[in-house]
Write a protein that binds this ligand. Structure first.
Ligand code: SF4
Ligand code: SF4
Length: 461
């Protein structure tokens, strides 16, 4: 094996020795790639500036630099990997900020995912997390059955939220979260199908709803259909969709993530091949899984990526097609001219929360604000620190409940300070989490998805 870069920057002597020792071994190409990425970090600390977790808590293990140092340290045969290391690595909302801002070009996203994968192979996943990642998100049948069962018991264990009827409030503090929470009222699953607009069909959007919309917020898909009908677009929800695999991939369970990705690619490709259809998302975390994590990580750099792609039966060009057609549904609607169909500037007073993956990794920043200015004119109020994270981060909210709650409270107070009626966002996860945060601080603001405001305006509600 050859390692062509010298350990750089502030890597300490111990780490240099580890790298030197490993570079004399017979490691495979996957390991070599991983080693190079760990070495590439020059320990400058630039990633401390904007990491939402580090900004909140300030521990070196919160930030990419500390995590990479930890992973380099864990390579040593004298170091015994343990669950604490795995927990430190998962203290991350996977926002991608460190990757975008790293001056040495270290792909921190890859390094941290590969590190979790390798650590997981040594220490195993904690049982509760495994149940969530593999048993719930990793198994569509169980996810749907669980959602149906939860829908049946919700009237016994929860009571309707006074502020927002689509949510229910738990009667007791939930064990993992240590809080009473607002959850979406479970109302069954989204059905696959095709909805044509009245009149001429100008184009097609293939929609990937994602788990949260599927089981908890189906009205967001209805809102999308209303908006795209106004634009003259056919909406297709393919049969056979499953979880995007992000919870499994971010946990380091790459086998589960790949299995889910293959099912999704098989379901979606026939609708995109040979067409100009776009693949539209209402959840930017799912979108980033499809347009970045599948081609770059799961079937790319990560251990076994090339073999997994070959075994899937798909070509790299198939993944590229999916990535190229992936769009945020609200931004696409704006590009297609939905502004002409919106009612005017008499919408509610509203502020906006940027989902991390949408702002940072999909660069959708201006379109939601343009839509809100169009809907509400001067009643759109920008909140302080538009770059703040709500602390959701998928399983992060459950695994690091205290940290997540602290981040959520901070962001909720920033949004509440605008004193608007509504907090709009463009991610069902952020929306659900902000509904909780606003409720906990006693704010009467309603958290909604931007597509709902667009649909209400189009329908003249
Ligand atoms: S910014 Fe990049 S090079 Fe600097 S410490 Fe962070 S990961 Fe390493
Ligand atoms: S991905 Fe985001 S939360 Fe995770 S270490 Fe990087 S900046 Fe911090």
């Amino acid at each position: 094996m050859t390692v062509d870069r010298e350990p750089s920057g502030a890597a300490d002597q111990g780490e240099r020795n580890i790298f030197a020792e490993l570079s004399r071994g017979d490691a495979d190409r996957d390991f070599e790639r991983y080693l190079i990425e760990l070495q590439n970090c020059m320990r400058c600390g630039q990633c401390r500036t904007n990491c939402p977790v580090f900004k909140g808590f300030g521990a070196e293990t919160d930030v990419a630099r500390g995590k990479i140092a930890l992973l380099a340290h864990a390579l040593s045969p004298e170091v015994k990997a343990d669950r604490d290391m795995y927990a430190w690595l998962t203290m991350c909302v996977n926002c991608g900020r460190c990757r975008l801002e790293c001056p040495s070009g270290t792909d921190t996203g890859y390094a941290l995912l590969e590190g979790r994968l390798r650590l997981l192979q040594k220490v195993g996943m904690p049982a509760v997390k495994a149940l969530m990642v593999r048993g719930v998100f990793g198994n569509e049948g169980l996810l749907n059955a669980g959602a149906t069962a939860l829908g049946l018991v919700q009237p016994l264990l929860f009571r309707p939220s006074e502020a927002d009827p689509r949510h229910v409030r738990s009667l007791w503090r939930l064990p993992m979260l240590g809080q009473r929470v607002l959850l979406p009222r479970m109302r069954g699953q989204v059905k696959p199908g095709v909805v044509d607009p009245p009149g001429e069909v100008k184009g097609t959007v293939v929609v990937y709803p994602g788990c949260l919309i599927d089981v908890g917020y189906p009205e967001l898909l209805s809102a999308l259909i209303t908006v795209y009908q106004a634009l003259g677009y056919r909406v297709v929800v393919p049969r056979g969709l499953v979880c995007c695999g992000a919870p499994a991939a971010y946990a380091g369970d790459v086998a589960t993530a790949r299995r889910l990705a293959v099912a999704n690619i098989a379901a979606i490709l026939p609708h995109l091949r040979g067409t100009e259809a776009k693949l539209a998302f209402l959840c930017p975390s799912c979108a980033v899984a499809f347009n970045h994590d599948y081609p770059e990580y799961l079937f790319g750099q990560m251990s076994g990526g090339a073999e997994a792609l070959a075994a899937s039966g798909f070509a790299a060009a198939d993944l590229e097609l999916i990535a190229a057609q992936t769009v945020d549904a609200t931004a696409l609607a704006w590009e297609l001219g939905i502004g002409e169909h919106l009612a005017g500037d008499d919408g509610p007073s509203v502020t906006y929360h940027d989902p991390c993956h949408l702002r940072r990794l999909m660069n959708v920043i201006d379109e939601p604000r343009a839509i809100l200015r169009h809907l509400s004119g001067d009643q759109f109020v920008e909140a302080a620190n538009p770059d703040s994270c709500c602390g959701f981060g998928g399983t992060f909210a459950l695994e690091h409940a205290d940290a997540s709650a602290t981040m959520l409270e901070r962001r909720s107070r920033e949004l509440a300070a605008t004193e608007t009626e509504v907090v709009a966002t463009a991610c069902p996860g952020c929306m659900a989490w902000l509904a909780n945060g606003l409720d906990r601080i006693g704010s009467r603001q309603r958290a909604v998805h931007l597509i709902e405001l667009m649909a209400e305006a189009v329908a003249g509600v």
